[in-house]
Design a protein around this ligand. Structure first.
Ligand code: HEC
Ligand code: HEC
Ligand code: HEC
Ligand code: HEC
Ligand code: HEC
Ligand code: HEC
Ligand code: HEC
Length: 413
């Protein structure tokens, strides 16, 4: 009798546990915030393991993530964690409990503390966002890799005090993540963007480029012997313009006005259909076009591009981290430019075999962005943000410098 009652009690207890479990299953099976037609990139690993594993090392994958001590590059150690704005004003990066904060002090008194919630970047520069209710703001201090130190976030005014009030808009997420849902604007006076916190899909994931792939995953799971990819856009079957647009959606400059969010854009779509034609701010002159974020327009102005059928994938394989391998990139140039084709570099006789190691520094030099630069400690010096220009042409000044460097080295030997 007693044992029956215990069984009954256990049964009663199991009901809520089962309910929670079913809810959990429902939740984990609920597709991501973009809709049911998205599978979630973790599903791709099962059949595309090599691509998936290599992809984790790329800048695209690491473009945005929840902030943590593990992925923030700047130091939280004493002395290294201080950024002085003026004699009176400074920001200290502090660990408080399980969270990380930027804490502003004026004459030693704390005036503001906001938490590192989201990290953007990490290759050359890293910047951080914090939540305030449903709004996002950029933190005043960023990290600059070439200086190995904390810096003022790009373009911050006023520079006398730590500035915590720059709102982050959906546009940043359109290029640096896979999704965020913007809520309808309620405060018409302020027009400040509010977001659904739980909707963020961090990083530029597989489906951000390849488009929704739930049907593809379901089909191939049910038909494991099918060797041809079904229900997925085939890059090789796209027109050149479509191939370019697949990258230009994020590498075509940030100034154009879009009629709807480019989160909807996927491989195979035509970008101009998303644009307001009369609000295109593309600078036609490659010499003044900003090098940051606009590889598409710069390449489009190059003879290589105009007189061949190249696209971004002629030189890039976005599934792997190939950054800074200038020898490998130079080999891609030499597929078209070589002695047998009689279109090799006129400097070849001068440079000898050295030329094969680096076409890039002479023909695609690093150039400072006009849109981004940061101030060093104390705000005295502007430090440039250098980006590889995609206007491939002859740069006599840069060439002279490289030549002097190379021959200096040769003489020194
Ligand atoms: C159950 C197995 C399976 C899963 C899961 C799967 N795929 Fe595939 N996928 C295939 C097969 C089979 C092919 C065809 C052979 C190949 O190209 O590897 C393919 C091909 C592709 C292609 C190349 C299409 C072409 O012909 O150019 C892309 C892109 C692709 N998959 C993306 C994805 C993405 C993104 C995911 C995750 C959301 C994913 N796949 C998940 C089985 C799968
Ligand atoms: C959803 C937006 C988005 C799309 C689509 C996209 N990119 Fe990017 N790409 C970025 C962002 C943002 C970065 C900088 C990431 C960072 O450093 O945090 C980047 C970085 C890169 C880099 C530098 C990587 C490195 O390690 O130095 C290359 C090369 C690149 N993209 C090429 C491409 C090509 C080629 C395509 C098209 C096949 C493409 N991207 C499509 C947003 C995008
Ligand atoms: C049109 C697409 C686009 C928009 C919009 C955009 N970015 Fe970027 N961003 C890029 C690309 C592409 C790169 C890397 C290559 C370059 O500089 O050209 C980059 C680089 C960065 C980097 C340096 C990343 C690294 O790893 O070195 C940071 C930080 C950054 N962006 C933050 C932001 C913030 C914050 C916003 C919103 C205010 C924003 N971006 C808006 C495309 C964009
Ligand atoms: C930045 C955009 C971008 C992202 C992100 C991306 N891909 Fe691709 N993927 C491409 C492009 C472009 C091609 C065509 C490459 C070519 O044909 O040269 C491609 C080709 C493929 C192919 C067929 C050819 C091959 O290399 O096997 C598969 C499969 C694939 N991608 C799967 C994935 C998976 C899985 C992920 C996530 C781990 C992913 N892709 C992330 C742009 C992207
Ligand atoms: C798909 C083939 C192709 C690739 C790859 C290619 N180019 Fe070219 N490039 C051309 C063509 C075609 C021209 C114009 C006619 C000519 O000079 O042969 C050209 C022209 C040039 C010019 C003369 C530009 C001017 O303004 O006068 C330079 C310099 C150049 N390429 C350098 C490079 C470098 C460096 C790379 C690698 C980063 C590269 N090219 C990759 C096809 C290519
Ligand atoms: C002719 C070869 C070539 C083509 C075509 C090409 N790139 Fe590049 N790209 C390079 C080289 C070389 C680098 C420098 C790599 C490095 O320094 O690590 C580079 C670097 C980049 C970077 C990082 C820039 C930086 O300094 O942070 C981005 C982003 C990028 N490419 C995007 C693109 C996009 C988008 C396209 C198509 C519109 C494209 N590339 C076409 C050769 C090319
Ligand atoms: C030290 C700098 C330097 C390096 C390294 C270099 N170039 Fe050049 N290149 C130049 C200069 C300068 C010119 C213009 C020379 C002239 O017109 O007399 C030039 C011209 C060219 C041209 C135009 C040729 C023509 O017929 O007008 C091409 C194509 C080219 N280079 C490709 C390359 C390739 C591919 C590589 C790597 C294998 C490379 N260059 C390495 C500096 C360099």
């Amino acid at each position: 009798m007693k044992s029956k009652r215990i069984y009954f009690l256990i049964l009663i207890c199991l009901v809520p546990i089962a309910a929670i479990y079913i809810q959990y299953i429902n939740q984990s099976e609920k597709t991501d915030a973009r809709g049911d037609n998205y599978a979630g990139s973790d599903k791709c690993i099962k059949c595309h393991k090599a691509v998936y594993t290599a992809y984790l090392e790329t800048a695209h994958y690491q473009s945005s993530k929840p902030a943590s001590a593990h992925n923030i590059h700047g130091s939280f150690d004493n002395y290294h964690n201080v950024f002085s704005i003026t004699e009176h004003s400074k920001v200290i990066m502090e660990k408080r409990g399980n969270s990380l904060y930027q804490v502003a002090y004026e004459d030693g008194k704390q005036v503001r503390a906001e938490r590192f919630d989201i990290t953007f970047g990490g290759r050359k520069a890293e910047t951080y966002l914090y939540w305030k209710d449903k709004q996002l703001f950029e933190l005043p201090i960023s990290y600059f890799t070439s200086l190995k130190s904390w810096t003022n976030s790009p373009g911050y005014v006023p520079k006398e005090h730590a500035y915590f009030d720059r709102p982050v808009i959906q546009r940043c997420f359109e290029c640096h993540s896979s999704y965020i849902e913007q809520l309808p604007i309620t405060n018409l006076e302020k027009q400040e963007a509010e977001f659904n916190k739980s909707s963020i899909v961090y990083s530029i994931d597989c489906e951000r480029c390849h488009g929704p792939a739930a049907n593809h995953v379901n089909f191939h799971t049910a038909n494991p012997d099918e060797k041809k990819g079904k229900y997925i856009v085939k890059y090789s079957s796209l027109t050149r313009a479509q191939k370019l647009d697949a990258c230009a959606v994020c590498h075509g400059g940030g100034k154009d006005v879009y009629l709807e969010s480019v989160f909807k854009f996927k491989m195979g779509d035509t970008l101009s259909k998303f644009k307001e034609p009369s609000f295109s701010y593309q600078d036609p002159n490659p010499a003044t076009l900003d090098v940051h974020g606009n590889q598409n327009s710069l390449l489009a102005a190059s003879k290589c591009f105009l007189m061949s059928n190249m696209d971004c994938n002629t030189c890039h394989n976005v599934h792997v981290n190939e950054s800074a391998d200038l020898v490998a990139y130079s080999q891609k140039c030499m597929k078209c430019h070589n002695e047998t084709n009689h279109n090799f570099c006129k400097m070849a006789p001068k440079l000898g075999t050295l030329i094969k190691n680096n076409c890039i520094d002479c023909h695609m030099p690093l150039k400072p962005s006009n849109e981004i630069s940061v101030a060093s400690k104390g705000g005295k010096k502007e430090i440039p943000y250098l980006v590889r220009t995609h206007h491939i042409t002859i740069y006599p000044e840069e060439s002279k410098k490289i030549l002097a460097f190379v021959s200096g080295k040769a003489i020194g030997k």
